[in-house]
Design a binder for this molecule. Structure first.
Ligand code: AMP
Length: 218
């Protein structure tokens, strides 16, 4: 199973990707998480990416493509993968096509998460992340049992630097100009399926499973 989750920041890609990847036993390859890890470890790549991430801009294509190419080389990606937050530009999609071609494999489905802009703002500005295990919370709609602490691992919850309102508005604008063209890119290849990304989480998960099952049956 080789999938791409496409959609604006705050659409719920990470939450759903985590569940689906675990269900299928495939790695979730989330470039945002990989960049934040590199930054936490203060690697040269992480430090280079920081300035872009802090202001809500995209990290240069060649940096992100390099990360994904390296990740594809690991054995766990052989049986399949779920790309979450990559590709985000047409140049990245073209580079991905080349990487897949070298391996003589293809993408089964691109799942597009449809969410209104007002809802994205609400979700992103209220989002909190566990420093320990990466679990996601929302201050209002899914708060932890104990304020500031992760229900799963007890880790500290924090707000991402780029989840403040000004940066979120910038990220949404970057999404519209740089990532939206990918919808046509994958629609033209007959891979795109839209899923309503608003409503109960289980309903969203069910729509995604249906889209994935349809891809398997092709
Ligand atoms: P995310 O966690 O997916 O919201 O990504 C957080 C930030 O990491 C983005 O705002 C970008 O600065 C950077 N980033 C993540 N994925 C990519 C990508 N595919 N291309 C460029 N920048 C990325």
């Amino acid at each position: 199973m080789r999938l791409i989750f496409l959609g604006p920041p705050g659409a719920g890609k990470g939450t759903q990707a985590r569940m689906l990847a675990a269900e299928h036993g495939i790695p979730q390859i989330a470039t945002g998480d990989m960049l934040r890890e590199a930054l936490a470890q203060k690697t040269p790549l992480g430090l280079e990416a920081k300035a872009y991430m802090d202001r809500g801009a995209l990290v240069p294509d060649e940096v992100v493509i390099g990360l994904v190419a390296e990740r594809f080389g690991r054995p766990d990606a052989l049986s399949g993968f779920l790309l979450d937050g990559f590709p985000r530009t047409v140049a990245q999609a073209e580079a991905l096509d080349r990487l897949l071609k070298e391996r003589e494999i293809g993408i089964d489905r691109v799942i597009f998460f449809e969410v209104s802009e007002g809802e994205l703002l609400r979700r992103l500005t209220g989002r909190r992340v566990c420093r320990g295990c990466g679990a996601l919370y929302h201050m209002v709609s899914s708060p932890p049992g104990t304020a500031g602490r992760c229900d799963r691992c007890g880790g500290e919850l924090y707000q991402r630097d780029d989840d403040n309102e000004a940066t979120v508005r910038g990220r949404l604008s970057v999404y519209r100009t740089q990532t939206v063209p990918l919808l046509d890119y994958y629609r033209g290849r007959n891979l795109l399926v839209s899923v309503a990304g608003e409503g109960p989480m289980n309903d969203i998960a069910r729509s995604i499973r249906q889209a994935v099952a349809a891809a398997r049956g092709r």
